[in-house]
Design a protein around this ligand. Structure first.
Ligand SMILES: *Cc1c(COP(=O)(O)O)cnc(C)c1O
Length: 253
């Protein structure tokens, strides 16, 4: 549920989200410039995306290439500002080519097979300028429904740590990919505060990877959605993926 008192317009809701991001940054002693708001527009029409753009929003997230392709073309054709597109959902390997051609960021790099497909797609894609910025999606909560590389027990299980470190080493070596950091999905919980250990765990994993893979940036942490983005920012999120608090409730998932 969205909190009562939600403003009626997309512009009003964006203002409210921006104010909450700024307040969370202030509590954590961070600059709001260090947090990118990705407006997740899945299920919503191009008109809603353009409405958000008029209110200054330029980063948008989609979760299904089938739905996104047409919308993105419609928006790109008339956008008053350059748009940065983020793929946030699970991608099937056979769709990697289309995703690499259309998106600037992929938050959901969740298998080596997909990484190899993206690498090849970047090489084959004449419309792309530069590497595909990727975040490695990890499952730090252990929740069975979450996709991503297994990472919930890397501190105590050497086999899990080795598997993860080896996979990351191989993905980093692929041409055409810029591995910029990590992404996770927190479990759905009653109270946002319960997600704090999950977000802290993502940051802890990132801090452990940084010295072992100094050739990557590792600055990007994509974590936090409508129900928990303030906690995620307090724990170091640099990208928050927010749908409902901006565009309203979705009729379908
Ligand atoms: C839908 C979605 C979001 C946004 O969720 P809200 O709860 O609407 O803010 C964020 N990340 C991913 C991966 C999503 O699929």
């Amino acid at each position: 549920m969205i909190a009562p008192g939600l403003p009626m317009t997309i512009a009003g809701r964006l203002d409210q989200v921006r104010a909450r991001i700024a307040a969370a940054c202030a509590r954590a002693g961070r600059s709001p410039d260090g947090v990118t708001l990705v407006a997740v527009s899945k299920t919503h029409p191009p008109q809603s995306i353009l409405e958000a753009m008029v209110a200054g929003q330029t980063h948008f997230g989609e979760n299904r290439i089938e739905e996104a392709a047409e919308k993105m073309a419609a928006v790109n054709a008339v956008a008053p500002l350059p748009v940065t597109w983020h793929m946030v959902g699970h991608v099937q390997s056979r769709k990697a080519h289309d995703v690499a051609a259309a998106f600037d960021w992929v938050h959901s790099l969740d298998s080596e097979r997909l990484a190899a497909r993206y690498s090849r797609a970047v090489a084959d894609s004449p419309s792309r300028h530069g590497p595909l910025r990727c975040l490695i999606q990890v499952n730090v909560s252990g929740e069975a429904t979450k996709s991503g590389f297994s990472a919930w027990a890397w501190r105590r299980e050497k086999s899990m740590r080795d598997a993860l470190w080896d996979a990351i080493g191989r993905m980093i070596a692929l041409p055409g990919l810029d591995i910029a950091g990590l992404m996770t999905m927190a479990p759905v919980v009653e109270d946002a505060e319960q997600t704090r250990p999950v977000f802290a765990a993502l940051r802890g994993l990132r801090d452990a990877l940084r010295p072992d893979f100094p050739m990557c940036g590792w600055d990007a942490l994509s974590m936090g959605m409508t129900d928990d983005y303030e906690v995620a920012i307090e724990e170091g999120a640099t990208l928050v993926r927010i749908g409902r608090a901006i565009f309203g409730e979705r009729e379908t998932a």
